[in-house]
Write a protein that binds this ligand. Structure first.
Ligand SMILES: C[S@@+](CC[C@H](N)C(=O)[O-])C[C@H]1O[C@@H](n2cnc3c(N)ncnc32)[C@H](O)[C@@H]1O
Length: 284
């Protein structure tokens, strides 16, 4: 496997209160979808959930799994849409505890590695929002294992569902390589310090890896949306600088400011992008 539980805990366990200060109220830790350019971050996060809800052809009666469910932001959306049964899995201890304390109607979350998950019942629909970015490590990619590991992920997802299911998958992408030493160092810092063990896939790798388990029916990229999302996170982080330095120390503030500032530049300069895929189940 790629990101270990210790690495995931390093990425998501500074403190729930820390993330709450600069993410939105719902604690979505993934790109929002700004459709008009006029929306708040909160509204754009709901747009994202709605797009993925439609991509996976969900409805109230379907049994839904959110793979890599974070702090349950999308599960909360499903609950507000009246979905009667939605399950989430996350590898972060802090996130699983947080969701289960909230008691969202119809929602259950498990602290569980996706690679070990054996559902008791097959699902009608899947959603996974920027979890695939934890599937292949930089070292595994250097060994040429990326497509094979992503295909394993899509195969496992396929084994979780009933025939005819739909899967809405969102992923951060790596695209162009920066030219300057500083930019390369900032990107390496983000990968090594903030998200150890993770690597953003290339779009071409995902397109190759979904087969033979899924068919791509729709594909939507939203690079600028992630630029806006990370820009808003950075603005909120800076607005809370004094509190963060006092409660979590200078290093946490400095590291997160560097990481978010790098993200804003990465989406602007097209080193990174973001994709939403509508995937149809295929008979294998
Ligand atoms: C970038 S966060 C996204 C969280 C959430 N989907 C959202 O939109 O806010 C990635 C999530 O994937 C989870 N994750 C990473 N590797 C995992 C694995 N092997 N099994 C289960 N969850 C995993 C992390 O715990 C985290 O919740």
């Amino acid at each position: 496997m790629t990101s270990t539980q210790a690495e995931i805990d390093e990425s998501y366990s500074v403190s729930n209160d820390f993330f709450k200060l600069w993410l939105d109220e719902g604690m979505h830790y993934t790109s929002a979808s700004f459709l008009t350019g006029e929306e708040s971050l909160e509204e754009a996060q709901i747009n994202k959930c709605r797009i993925l809800y439609d991509y996976a052809e969900m409805n109230e009666d379907k049994l839904i799994l959110d793979i890599g469910c974070g702090w349950g932001s999308n599960l909360e959306y499903l609950s507000t849409r009246g979905v009667k049964r939605a399950h989430g899995i996350t590898l972060s201890t802090a996130q699983a505890e947080w969701i289960n304390q909230r008691g969202l109607p119809g929602v259950t979350a498990k602290l569980m590695d996706f690679h070990d998950y054996e559902p008791e019942e097959k699902y009608d629909a899947l959603v996974s929002i920027e979890m695939i970015d934890h599937i292949c490590s930089p070292e595994q990619a250097r060994k040429g294992m990326a497509v094979e590991l992503y295909r394993e992920y899509f195969k496992r997802c396929h084994s979780f569902v009933k025939p005819g299911a739909w899967f809405a998958c969102q992923a951060i992408l790596r695209d162009r390589v920066p030219r300057t030493r500083k930019d390369l160092e900032d990107l390496a810092f983000t990968a090594d310090v903030i998200f150890p063990g993770g690597l953003n896939p290339r779009l071409e790798e995902l397109i190759m890896a979904v087969r033979p388990y899924w068919e791509i029916v729709e594909l939507r990229t939203q690079r600028e949306c992630y630029g806006k999302t990370t820009g808003e996170w950075l603005r909120r982080l800076r607005a809370n600088e004094a509190t963060i330095r006092e409660r979590w120390g200078d290093k946490v503030y400095v590291d997160y400011e560097r990481y978010l500032d790098t993200c804003v530049r990465a989406f602007d300069a097209q080193w990174s992008s973001d994709v939403q895929l509508k995937l149809r189940w295929c008979a294998v």
